[in-house]
Design a protein around this ligand. Structure first.
Ligand SMILES: [Zn+2]
Length: 268
């Protein structure tokens, strides 16, 4: 049976002189491994080898769930996110490849995540237009948080995981707890010390941190930014790098190995 879908290429492996094994993240079908026979032939049925991050319409013949599907058509969407534009900016390209690696690591085959597909496509479009390194890092951080949320692993950033104390946002934009009642007295201000625990999957206040073994102490700026993501837009490169390091460590703990692309984004 042939299945049509929209998909983004998140991994390619050369299979033979002429064929590729391609992993697609498809909107309705979820992650799919497919063999693209003859993709590297001069007269490729797919207009040449399928490139990482290219996206478009696919048609594939599904097989038994443990086996590779057979790709029969791939028509890359014209004028859309793709590797070509990103090639002009190595840092942006590396951030997009990092995002693709994480999507691959955190999703299962045949498990659809159509909202995540849309977020990923939007992320790739925005990456093409990112004006500088800070803008690109902010986009990556937002996408990584969206990815975590979509797979049910979204970190708790608005209150202490342990004692539930709500963290006030800077700029007087205090988040009210349930029902619109004012935050209780003793609410953590934006300048309070905050920690992030991987095992607890969220932020921890100063009063609770001693109970947690694995924790990162955050700088005040990083803490303020994580509790109010709007601040990502104007955050300094140092703050963005600090948050990205924290998320990379978090992904490493979740998947039991450091994502390969992390070093190209963090520089170490
Ligand atoms: Zn606490």
């Amino acid at each position: 049976m042939l299945t049509k879908d929209q998909a983004i290429c998140i991994r390619t492996v050369d299979y033979s002189e002429t064929s590729q094994i391609v992993t697609f993240f498809a909107k309705a079908s979820g992650k799919i491994g497919a063999i693209a026979k003859g993709a590297k032939r001069p007269k490729s049925p797919f207009d040449g080898p399928i490139e990482m991050l290219s996206h478009g319409r696919i048609v594939f013949a599904a097989s038994n769930k443990d086996k590779l599907a057979t790709l029969t058509e791939f028509e890359s969407a014209a004028g859309t996110a793709g590797p070509t534009l990103l090639r002009n900016n190595l840092f942006s390209l590396n951030c997009c490849l990092f995002a693709a690696e994480l999507v691959n690591l955190l999703t299962d085959e045949h498990d659809p995540h159509s909202n995540l597909f849309d977020s990923f496509l939007e992320f790739l479009h925005n990456a093409e237009n990112a004006g500088n390194k800070c803008e690109m890092l902010a986009l990556l951080i937002l996408f990584q948080l969206a990815l975590l949320k979509d797979v049910g692993l979204g970190p708790i950033l608005d209150h202490c995981v342990n004692c539930k104390t709500t963290f006030a946002c800077p700029e007087g934009d205090i988040r009210l707890p349930h029902g619109g009642h004012p935050a209780p007295s003793g609410v953590e201000g934006p300048t309070s010390e905050l920690y992030f625990s991987n095992s607890a999957n969220g932020l921890i206040c100063k009063n609770c941190e001693s109970a947690f073994q694995d924790k990162f102490k955050l700088t005040k700026k990083a803490a303020a930014t994580l509790t109010n993501l709007k601040l990502l837009a104007n955050a300094s490169e140092n703050t963005l790098n600090e948050i990205e390091k924290l998320l990379t460590y978090h992904f490493t703990e979740l998947t039991h190995r450091r994502p390969k692309m992390a070093k190209y984004v963090l520089g170490s």
